[in-house]
Design a protein around this ligand. Structure first.
Ligand code: OGA
Ligand code: MN
Length: 290
């Protein structure tokens, strides 16, 4: 199988044709996808009518799928435990209200973040399958954090160089009003510190590594100054020249690199069904400081 790779934006994002995720993919094709991923950071695979087990099997070409540690909000599928539900419809086909706990927590994904950065070894990448997509919004936006790092103004660069930020899963509750993690969930995910500038283990390039939804502290700064800095960095990052905005078609699968991109989804009408299933590739090393 030969794949074709067509960029969708000069900064990041490329469409990949010639892959059928319903079947095992040859080693050579997996390597071609890896190479395209290293280069384009976000890959779009149109028209993949896959089941959850096929989604998980395709993910395994790139690493071990994460099992979401939080079970109290039903964001983890009961049917296929490697699937994280980025949906406003539950597994009994009930449309959920924005006021429900799981939806409150998911609303955090409207702010810039990278998945599972609260883990000691954060996720490598995520694969999101758009099953029922939104027509009123729900655009998923991605930023190339290599470019952001390269072009950071000197005053910002000085503040992140050699510094670490704290990533705390329980910040979601403070941010969105979702219920606090249970004692067990809290014990499973204590806050962790990661360098704000990291080196990508495959490309060798440096990128900015921050999160608006998990960072609650920065070394050597008081917490309000830390929050202000994260906001300032996020605002600088969110410029169109660094950003690919993905307008979904049904059965697109997106595969993004969590090590060198951040993402955020735009709001959509909560009365409209949106059903998206995600796998998340487990990290296999600590964040490498630059
Ligand atoms: C995610 C996420 C984006 C979206 O799946 O990790 O942040 O489009 N969601 O809902
Ligand atoms: Mn996310």
């Amino acid at each position: 199988m030969t794949i074709t790779v067509t960029p969708r934006h000069p900064a990041l994002g490329a469409e990949v044709r010639g892959v059928d995720m319903r079947h095992p993919v040859e080693a050579q094709t997996v390597q071609a996808i890896r190479d395209a991923w290293t280069r384009h950071l976000v890959l779009v695979f149109p028209d993949q009518r896959i089941s959850d087990p096929e989604h998980v099997a395709f993910t395994r070409n790139f690493g071990e799928p994460e099992i979401f540690h939080q079970t109290s909000l039903s964001l983890r599928s009961d049917r296929v435990k490697e699937i994280f539900l980025v949906s406003n419809v539950d597994e009994h086909d009930r449309l959920m209200q924005p006021s429900e706990p799981s939806q409150k927590q998911l609303s955090s994904s409207r702010q810039w973040h990278t998945d599972s950065s609260y883990r000691p070894m954060p996720s490598i990448g995520s694969l999101l399958h758009g099953i029922e997509i939104s027509r009123t919004g729900g655009i998923t936006q991605f930023i190339n954090m290599y470019m952001v790092y390269d072009e950071l103004p000197e005053t910002l660069r000085r503040q992140v160089e050699g510094r670490r930020a704290r990533h705390d899963f329980s910040m979601l509750h403070r941010l969105t009003g979702a219920p606090p993690p249970t004692a067990q969930e809290q014990a499973a995910m204590p806050p962790v510190w990661h360098p704000m500038v990291r080196r990508h283990p495959v490309s060798g390039k440096k990128s900015l590594y921050i999160s608006s939804i998990y960072n609650d502290a920065i070394e050597g700064m008081d917490d309000s100054a830390a929050r202000r800095l994260i906001e300032e960095l996020s605002t600088f990052s969110a410029q169109p020249r660094y950003m690919y905005r993905h307008v979904w078609q049904p059965h697109d699968v997106l595969m993004w690199d969590n090590r060198c991109t951040v993402h955020a989804v735009t709001p959509h009408d909560p009365e409209e069904r949106r059903v998206m299933h995600r796998t998340t590739i487990v990290g296999n090393e600590s964040v490498v400081p630059a």
